[in-house]
Design a protein around this ligand. Sequence first.
Ligand code: GLY
Length: 422
Amino acid sequence: MRVLIIGGGGREHAIAWKVSQSPKVKKLYCAPGNAGISECAECVDISVMAHEELAEFALSNKIDLTIVGPDDPLAAGIVDVFEKRGLRIFGPRKEAAIIESSKVFSKNLMKKYNIPTAAYEVFDSADDAIEYLRTADYPIVVKADGLALGKGVLICSNYNEAVKAVKAIMIEKQFGKSGSRLVIEEYISGPEVSVLAFCDGTHILPMTSAQDHKRAKDNDQGLNTGGMGTFSPSPFYTEEIDDFCKKHIYQSTMDAMKAEGRDFVGILFVGLILTKDGPKVLEYNARFGDPEAQVVLPRLNNDLVEVIEACIDGRLNQIELSFDDNAAVCVILASDGYPEHYEKGFEIQGLDSFSDSSNYYIFHAATKKKNGHILTNGGRVLGVTAIGSNLVDARAKAYEATEKIHFKNKYMRRDIGKSICG
Ligand code: GLY
């Protein structure tokens, strides 16, 4: 098979690495890819949003399967463009990707189909939202409706902060069009767990659990980021919780999407919060998580291409997933200053220290090659994933590995997995 992966971050490197393990795959491309991905795929310099150009590339290069990594092309309808041209592609159509691209849609879906989630109200006027905030309980959560690079969710501890959040979203339009509507949601607390699931429109197969660290600084301080590190599995995600989610969340979401005429084929990322009243859905995403993919895919025993083909063909019920009985920890090496201002273009050294080991995966998130050197090329630069017999072992190995990689302005959180491992 000839396979094309769309995207160029750590998630896409993890997908590309896993796809390249499949005996079915004879040629692998990635658009646009990055320096690390170029080790296992041929990188093609086409933007993830240039859908017609990507489809042309797929047709002229006889691509049998395209796999989409990021949310933006899915929300904009890349799957519809490819399917119209008769191309085989993995990801939800635009009508189903709305489960991530509109928080108003996903909250209304959960309410209509009794899927556990926090209580909420929707507003399309700042005045009405501010009026509502006068009598609300605090803390409270204000969310922009659309995609906002993970920054459109604001936890507000009092009225003034909440009014500021509403104004930032709806009046100052800090998140662009994403802020024409917003959701104001009850604040709920508990450990957060990410569960990614394969979906074929009818059936859903959840993968092993993972846990992200979204804030930029240790002890969950600082700004929200795309994710500064992950571990898998999450010890909070017990069998009992898994049973509950299978009964009340996963299949119910698939059935709800089908009932709405929006069959979901692709990866459904269920962001759970384990409250004292039971698991609730914090958010849905319509793709692999990043860096969740960097700890989940190395533990997956199945051939990823086989599972993806089963999703597209609607026969996921014939697949049994298997994960290694070990643990993985991923620490993101970022450019100091991320997610705000940072410099890039610095040479990365030490990457060759890991070439022989099967216990380490250095996934490139933002790197490029120049004159034979590998340079930093963005905020999140690398994901250093280590496999261990348990989380303590994997964590120790991951942090040891981070010390072997050097670049100017290297920054990482020092507490990935610390709450679990001590
Ligand atoms: N790590 C969170 C996300 O992928 O959205």
